[in-house]
Write a protein that binds this ligand. Structure first.
Ligand code: GLY
Ligand code: MN
Ligand code: MN
Length: 359
């Protein structure tokens, strides 16, 4: 598809509206730069002046940036701080609001040296929510990532049987996602069996699956920079009564939380619903992480669905809902879907079955 300037103009307008007092803005986070210009390279700086837009990149990216970021003037630098200082001098910028979470203390010091007389103002809020609500194109890319990932999981599911190692399944799943059209996996695929499934972020190892294991598969695909994120937990051979009970608890917490997702509800409220349900069952102490997070150009991005979070869900946000119960040294169960906040409620973008599956 050709370059469409409309989304970038709209995003830059929202950025500017979020910082009405800033004269010039300096954006440094690579995903934010991509969001605002279309440049997909891994390094650079974007300066947004009152009437000008400069994308500063090093020599590795000059040609690429000129082909991708057609709405910005692309200027090459040897050293990023020097490049920023040069642009500020060219445009006689007197005050620069910079993306504080993305600037190291060291680079800040270098910028201050290079820009005597220029006020450098750290900006904290505002970047967080810029990418939270997705447009139709972004949603269709996340949907496509979820579809590719789900098809890959369906193809490798028959590998989940006694004797097969976690690593072999993770590798095959990543291979299938890439063969299916993903540019890469969303994160290092988690396949965790038995006691490893009690570690929320286990790394797949050489453990072979055994009868009676919980096998947690947490995986996702990336399409044109956009991620999916889904967790299925299977039980191998025969489920114990306790595994069945815990599965049903996690499933109910997951379903209730998704049921509550709609515009106007706070993120903290979704967490409270999932956590409160597990609390009633006396199991909340085994649920050691937040209920979910935004998904987009980053696999973890705002908003966070966690205790006390006051951000309000809006239509177009894409978030995960992923309660889990982890019994240390025994096993764990997590059920995760990526969902779109719609005008009426929530639509699941990840569609692998979340029914209790004994294989
Ligand atoms: N795999 C990371 C997560 O589910 O948040
Ligand atoms: Mn996940
Ligand atoms: Mn997640």
């Amino acid at each position: 598809m050709g370059y469409d300037p409309a989304p970038y103009a709209e995003r830059l307008g929202r950025l500017r509206a979020g910082f009405p007092d800033a004269e010039t803005l300096l954006i440094l986070n690579e995903k934010n730069i991509r969001y605002l210009t279309g440049f997909t390279g891994g390094d650079g700086a974007l300066m947004v002046g009152p009437e000008w837009l400069e994308l500063l990149v090093d020599g590795r990216y000059t040609t690429q940036a000129r082909g991708e970021a057609l709405g910005a003037e692309v200027v090459e630098f040897r050293n990023r701080a020097e490049g920023i200082a040069g642009a500020a001098r060219r445009h006689a910028a007197g005050r620069i609001g910079f993306e504080a979470p993305a600037l190291s203390v060291e680079e800040h010091l270098r910028l201050r040296e290079g820009l005597p007389g220029v006020a450098l103002e750290p900006l904290l809020g505002g970047f967080q929510s810029l990418r939270a609500a997705k447009d139709q194109r972004e949603i269709s890319l996340i949907r496509e990532a979820a579809r590719i990932a789900g098809e890959a999981l369906a193809a490798v599911r028959e590998m989940i049987r006694p004797g097969v190692r976690e690593k072999e399944i993770a590798l095959e799943l990543e291979y299938r996602m890439r063969r299916g059209g993903a540019e890469r996996a969303s994160f290092e695929t988690i396949v965790a069996a038995g006691s490893n499934s009690a570690l929320p972020h286990a790394t797949p190892g050489c453990r072979a699956i055994a009868d009676g294991d919980c096998v947690m598969v947490d995986y996702g695909a990336v399409v044109q920079g956009y991620h999916s994120d889904e967790t299925c937990t299977y039980i191998v051979g025969r489920a114990s009564a306790r595994q069945e009970t815990v599965y049903r608890l996690v499933r109910e917490a997951h379903d209730r939380a998704i049921e509550a997702v709609r515009p106007g509800v706070s993120c903290g409220e979704i967490d409270r619903i999932a956590r409160g349900y597990l609390e009633e069952a006396g199991m909340d102490r085994y649920f050691a992480h937040g209920t979910g997070h935004g998904v987009g150009l980053d696999v973890h991005e705002p908003p966070r669905l966690a205790a006390g979070r006051e951000e309000i869900l809006r239509a177009g946000m894409v978030v995960t809902v992923e309660p889990g119960i982890y019994l240390p040294n025994e096993w764990g169960i997590r059920i995760e879907d990526t969902v779109l906040v719609t005008d009426e409620g929530a639509e699941r973008l990840t569609s692998s079955s979340k029914d209790l599956t004994v294989i």
